[in-house]
Design a protein around this ligand. Structure first.
Ligand SMILES: [Zn+2]
Length: 277
């Protein structure tokens, strides 16, 4: 192990002593090696870099109808996210629509920076209600500070430490160690409990934004019947499909009053990152 890596681990352990324990909105203890502020800052850095690369590669969507649709739905979800967690009004809410038909995925980083891949639209063919469940779920991860949790996992595992160490040693690297961990974090599966939290928050945001809670069940059914298996964000240690469906179906009636409340639903500006013009 080289000197830089040793020093990096020492810094991480020190950080662990300072901020190791946190509690999620559902009262669960979380492993926290980085603060949420650090997660937000490094996610911003990782997002700017990734979006820049996508733009260079011509992989941002130029589909106006899709971009308008995604923006309209996320705007209503974000308004509810802010109602649930008022400090997130200061976040840089934005959504990148990525032109990548092979990838069935979506994510939301700390600080409200989101992405959705065209493959999710093409292969799942979601209704607006189902698309709201996808983005509501992703926003749920961010509101519950799962980015910092996954960054902590990335840093605490040997592969993560190596990645972060290499990135921080390399003077030419565009990302700092923490930003590299933030970029890595969106590729890591969430824990089962984190998935359940995001499901719970997502279905509520969507219902309050005027989207049918029943769509949560039909969405995950579609996800589970994808030929190549489920996409990374939705994969791995999440609750088994039957349990997830049962839990979401049971939540539905609790959410119905929000959905059925009717009336105009507020919206909040979301910056769109796409290839228009
Ligand atoms: Zn998830």
């Amino acid at each position: 192990m080289n000197r830089y890596l040793k020093r990096h681990i020492a810094v991480l352990l020190l950080a662990a002593l300072v901020t190791a324990c946190a509690t999620s909105p559902t009262g669960r203890k979380q492993l926290m090696l980085v603060s949420e502020d650090v997660a937000i800052q490094s996610s911003a850095q990782a997002y700017v870099q990734q979006v820049g690369e996508l733009r260079k590669e011509g992989k941002l969507s130029s589909d106006r109808a899709l971009v308008r649709r995604v923006n309209g739905i996320t705007g209503k979800l974000v308004a509810q996210a802010i109602a649930l967690r008022p400090d997130s009004a200061d976040w840089q809410w934005s959504v990148a629509v990525i032109d990548d038909p092979e990838t069935v995925n979506a994510w939301c980083m700390a600080g409200g920076r989101m992405a959705i891949y065209s493959g999710l639209i093409q292969q799942i063919d979601p209704t607006d209600d189902e698309l709201a469940q996808v983005m509501g779920h992703e926003i749920g991860h961010a509101l519950a500070n799962h980015t910092a949790e996954k960054m902590s996992v990335a840093m605490a595992t040997s592969i993560g430490v190596a990645t972060v160490g290499v990135a921080s040693e390399n003077k030419g690297a565009a990302m700092t160690g923490a930003a590299a961990a933030a970029a890595l974090a969106v590729t890591l599966p969430n824990s089962r409990t984190a998935e359940t939290e995001a499901d719970r928050i997502g279905i509520e945001l969507a219902a309050k934004a005027g989207y049918d809670p029943a769509a949560a069940v039909t969405l995950w059914r579609k996800m589970n019947s994808l030929p190549g298996g489920q996409p990374p964000e939705f994969l791995s240690t999440h609750p088994n499909p039957a349990n997830r469906e049962k839990t979401l179906a049971a939540l539905g009636p609790q959410m119905d009053p929000y959905f059925e409340a009717g009336g105009a639903r507020p919206t909040h500006p979301v910056e769109t990152v796409a290839a228009l013009d």
